[in-house]
Ligand binder design. Structure first.
Ligand SMILES: [Fe+2]
Length: 326
């Protein structure tokens, strides 16, 4: 074989290897799951003698759009961190019941006790079936309810709101019988429900729904989730974790693991995310991804009642449409 041909083949081989390497790196980046850590609220530090580690995942959207190996990897990351409890803040499915067996199996993979609340996609797909699949997987759902769990001889109180986006949240029902002296953590798919829970004595609320905007370069997510979708909380930590004697609080919006429509995620904030909260640690005790952020301003006043009525109406319309199709 002439030398020129040999050179050509060698260069082709190198180009192919380079392309493969780049493809592998791109895949790794696409599947990347960030592990973020935060301290809890100061009130937790006052109430707990031993720290409690809570792992938070949201918006798993088990289904076609998100590779199942990403789902498994997220659960494995949680297990490696050995949390005392795992909390999930909704959107377990995408659009149907097609992946409920996989969802059940995934839930069984968690090694710590799991608690959760539903999201809008779970209601759209059929809450009854999603609830059944989750219960089969060992998840305790808090449908506008609260409960207590014992961890290292300490009691942690969990409050769960059903999905506010589809009009299923009932705060009064969820907080009924809460013990104000116990360390408490709130769960709500929609972060905008946090203020109401702070007023009821829940100092920290974990949530999801926004997927952090998924495309977060050049602060594009602030425009799409803030200005267009009118969410005050886009991604990360907002509010105050200082215990100042009045009812104030913080809310955390997780970036989520999956997606229901568009699989792409761009920018650090848009990466898939597992979050660990060290309840009992004071803010500043550990290195955190960021401090409490300012709320993103919304151009018009967000009328909560009107938004809820609109969401309820939209939910009813979708259900009617589904019924008609059947
Ligand atoms: Fe979602």
């Amino acid at each position: 074989m002439p030398v020129s041909m040999l050179r050509e083949r060698l260069s082709e081989h190198r180009a192919r290897r380079r392309a493969n390497k780049e493809l592998k790196a791109a895949t790794r980046e696409r599947f990347r799951i960030r592990l973020r850590r935060f301290a809890g609220h100061e009130l937790h530090a006052e109430q707990l003698t031993q720290p409690i580690r809570v792992a938070h995942i949201t918006d798993q959207h088990v289904g076609l759009v998100t590779p199942h190996k990403v789902q498994v990897e997220a659960v494995d990351i949680v297990n490696r961190e050995k949390p005392d409890v795992v909390v999930l803040t909704g959107d377990f499915v995408c659009h149907s019941h097609a992946w409920l067996d996989e969802l059940t199996a995934l839930m069984r993979r968690f090694e710590a006790p799991v608690y959760g609340v539903l999201g809008n996609h779970d209601h759209w797909a059929g809450a009854k079936q999603v609830r059944r699949a989750l219960r089969k997987g060992g998840v305790e759902l808090l449908n506008n309810a609260n409960t207590t769990i014992t961890i290292q001889r300490q009691t942690l109180q969990l409050v769960g709101l059903d999905d506010a986006y589809t009009g299923h949240a009932d705060r009064d029902k969820a907080i009924k019988g809460l013990n104000a002296k116990l360390p408490t953590l709130g769960l709500s798919h929609i972060a905008e429900e946090a203020d109401g829970l702070w007023n009821a004595g829940v100092p920290l609320v974990l949530s999801g729904h926004t997927h952090a905007g998924q495309l977060t370069v050049a602060r594009l997510n602030e425009w799409t989730i803030g200005r267009l979708a009118k969410h005050r909380f886009i991604h990360g930590l907002y509010g105050a974790r200082a215990s100042d004697g009045i009812h104030s609080g913080a809310v955390y919006v997780g970036a989520g693991i999956g997606a229901a429509v568009m699989p792409f995620r761009l920018g650090d904030r848009g990466n898939r995310e597992v979050t660990l909260f060290e309840l009992g640690a004071r803010p500043g005790d550990l290195s955190e991804h960021h401090d409490e952020q300012d709320v993103v301003p919304i151009p018009d006043d967000h009328d909560e009642e009107a938004a809820r009525a609109f969401a309820k109406e939209r939910f009813a319309q979708r259900q009617a449409k589904k019924k008609k199709k059947r």
